[in-house]
Design a protein around this ligand. Structure first.
Ligand SMILES: NC(=O)c1ccc[n+]([C@@H]2O[C@H](COP(=O)([O-])OP(=O)(O)OC[C@H]3O[C@@H](n4cnc5c(N)ncnc54)[C@H](OP(=O)(O)O)[C@@H]3O)[C@@H](O)[C@H]2O)c1
Length: 282
């Protein structure tokens, strides 16, 4: 298959390029090569390369930046996805759109299922929801893959931030009332790679199994990396002021993926695998 990956310089796009290039004809594009807000360029590139599948992993992922500039968030994440969806439809390519737990409002008391009503409560979530709507309405041969709290080798992420702070002896304060599913970037990429073989189009929730609070996530990371004695002060979300307001309860239930044999391992096992590969497992 010929596969065009947007956001190829990012965490997920980069990993997808690494694992798919061995068995497919992949072409990765980043914002320097092609800006997804430029419809003419997106369309021309699709016509030139004629991909069988487009994996749209590009996004403006700075949630606080999105809160400060919601119009830009919609331009990149919403209309960027519209452009890619129209281009995919025009050349007959299947489309994967990577989305987020933040399309939900966090008011549920049970994990969100794939077809539960969406209701974003911040600018990033709204912009990604606009992208979902564009993909759903403009191109039937789509997979929408929602994920959350992704940690990746080499990139800025929660796991590394916690470890850096512990190693530097900095005081740690972490939120107890924000709950979701941690997701190892490598596991997510494997799941997306398996999904594109299926032609079972629809909405998917791919996160590592299980859910936890940010505080529990941090505690597990430090315990496993030899910092069990490092204290982490529990705080509530309103004590961690930031421009973006995250929805507080957004675990994602994977029903659709399990039906086709795609399910990610428990998040604790994934954290162990990440730490082991980094040489940090105590
Ligand atoms: N990371 C998470 O925790 C998380 C959680 C839920 C969902 N997601 C979704 O997962 C997907 C992949 O995220 P990630 O973690 O790999 O993010 P990432 O590392 O920030 O990568 C995003 C990529 O998109 C590119 N990009 C930004 N604006 C663009 C534009 N206008 N045109 C073309 N490319 C552009 C970026 O390029 P530059 O660096 O040059 O700007 C970057 O290479 C995104 O759709 C994101 O919304 C991520």
């Amino acid at each position: 298959m010929r596969i065009w990956i947007t956001g190829a310089g990012g965490r997920l796009g980069g990993r997808l390029g690494d694992i798919l290039s061995g068995s497919h004809d992949t072409v990765g594009m980043d914002s320097n090569d092609l800006d997804v807000t430029d419809f003419a360029a997106v369309k021309a590139f699709a016509h030139d390369t004629r991909p069988d599948v487009i994996i749209h992993a590009a996004a403006w992922t700075d949630v606080d930046g999105c809160a400060n500039d919601p119009d830009r968030a919609v331009a990149v994440n919403g209309f960027g996805a519209q452009h890619v969806a129209l281009a995919a439809a025009a050349v007959g390519a299947a489309l994967v759109y990577i989305s987020t737990n933040e399309v939900f409002d966090g008011e549920s008391r049970q994990p969100y299922r794939e077809y539960d009503p969406t209701h974003p409560v911040n600018a990033y979530g709204y912009s990604k929801w606009v992208g979902e709507r564009a993909v759903m309405t403009l191109h039937p041969r789509h997979y929408i893959v929602r994920t959350s709290w992704v940690f990746a080798h080499g990139g800025k992420n929660f796991v590394q931030t916690m470890l850096n702070a512990a190693q530097a002896g900095k005081p740690l304060r972490v939120v107890t009332n924000e709950i979701a599913c941690p997701t190892y970037n490598d596991d997510l990429a494997d799941a997306v790679a398996a999904l594109i073989q299926t032609e079972r189009f629809g909405v998917y929730h791919f996160t590592n199994a299980g859910a936890c609070s940010r505080w529990q996530f941090a505690r597990y990371i430090l315990n496993r990396a030899g910092f069990a004695d490092t204290p982490i002060t529990p705080i509530l979300s309103h004590q961690w002021q930031r421009p973006s307001t995250p929805p507080l309860y957004t675990p994602l239930a994977n029903h659709a993926g399990k039906r086709i044999g795609i399910a990610l391992r428990p998040w604790q096992e994934a954290v162990d695998a990440f730490l082991e590969r980094e040489g940090l497992l105590a």
